[in-house]
Design a protein around this ligand. Structure first.
Ligand code: PXL
Length: 274
């Protein structure tokens, strides 16, 4: 059976990071090995969350896995909370990444702003992790911080293509910009493969509300689809469609929750696309 190792936090409530990656990867028929970086009572968009750092556990986990000879089809990093965790993610790649897809989702910002606790210096360090990835999947805000350029909410296709080329010039082989829209009512992902020099864009009708955690669902699905042998382009499409369906089902529920989407109810839809 195929296996993905994913390194990110557990936000006990929040429908993001590991509480998304683990079920999505498992539902896609792949074993999910987890490297929990911290335990938080909720994600950081709530007030008053508790936080327990697990950085000190990580080297021991790697050493034990190494001794057992575990191998992974993909290594996928999400939200990382410190410079030290970025350095451990690099170690994960160097120790286990020889024949694995290395996917970095540089979770740190959205809507033009860094999440609480992050700095431009952290973004620079995150860029050094992106440099050794096969695929990076920033949103437009994260891409701006990675490239150290001002966030631009208005753009055209040439701007997006230029951004993708610059992102791969830092070292990543492929880059996908999420949350890209060229016309009102449409939202999608723009991808670039620096080895073939090919671009593609895939967009869906935009749902009327946006939710936290959808980037994590998107990246987990992309990773699962790739490990299932889908092409890069097909995997991007599967991830976009699953996120859209998860939002649609959330909005269809009266009194739906506001901190995350009903991705659990969209699994039958996801499995049909595999
Ligand atoms: O979805 C990204 C994410 C993951 N983990 C934690 C977060 C966030 C975004 O805010 O706070 C703890």
């Amino acid at each position: 059976m195929k296996r993905i190792a994913t390194m990110q936090d557990i936000s006990c409530i929040g429908k993001c990071s590991l509480t998304v990656a683990l079920p999505v990867i498992s539902a896609m028929g792949i074993e999910a090995a987890v490297i929990p970086t911290a335990v938080l009572s909720t994600h950081t968009m709530f007030q008053g969350f508790t936080f327990c750092d697990l950085t000190k556990e990580i080297e021991g986990i790697f050493a034990h896995w190494k001794k057992e000879g575990f191998r992974f089809e993909a290594l996928y990093t999400g939200y990382l909370g410190s410079f030290e965790q970025i350095s451990l993610a690099k170690k994960l790649f160097s120790e286990f990444g020889e024949n694995s897809i290395r996917l970095v989702d540089p979770c740190m910002a959205d809507n033009g702003k860094l999440y609480a606790g992050f700095t431009p210096a952290f973004a620079k360090e995150m860029n050094s992790l992106c440099a050794i990835a096969d695929i990076i999947v920033p949103n437009l805000t994260e891409a701006s911080f990675l490239l150290d350029i001002p966030y631009q909410p208005e753009y055209d296709e040439a701007y997006i293509r230029d951004m993708l080329v610059k992102l791969t010039q830092s070292g990543a082989k492929k880059a996908v910009l999420t949350g890209v829209s060229f016309e009102k009512g449409k939202l999608g992902a723009y991808a670039y493969d620096s080895e073939t020099k090919e671009y593609f864009y895939y967009a869906n009708e935009e749902e009327p509300e946006h939710f936290h955690g959808t980037g994590d669902i998107w990246a987990s699905t992309l990773c699962g689809a790739l490990v299932n042998g889908k092409s890069f382009e097909e995997s991007v499409k599967i991830a976009c469609d699953f996120v859209k369906e998860s939002i649609r089902l959330t909005l269809a529920e009266e009194n739906h929750n506001t901190y995350g989407v009903n991705f659990e109810q969209a699994f039958p839809f996801l499995l049909k696309s595999l």
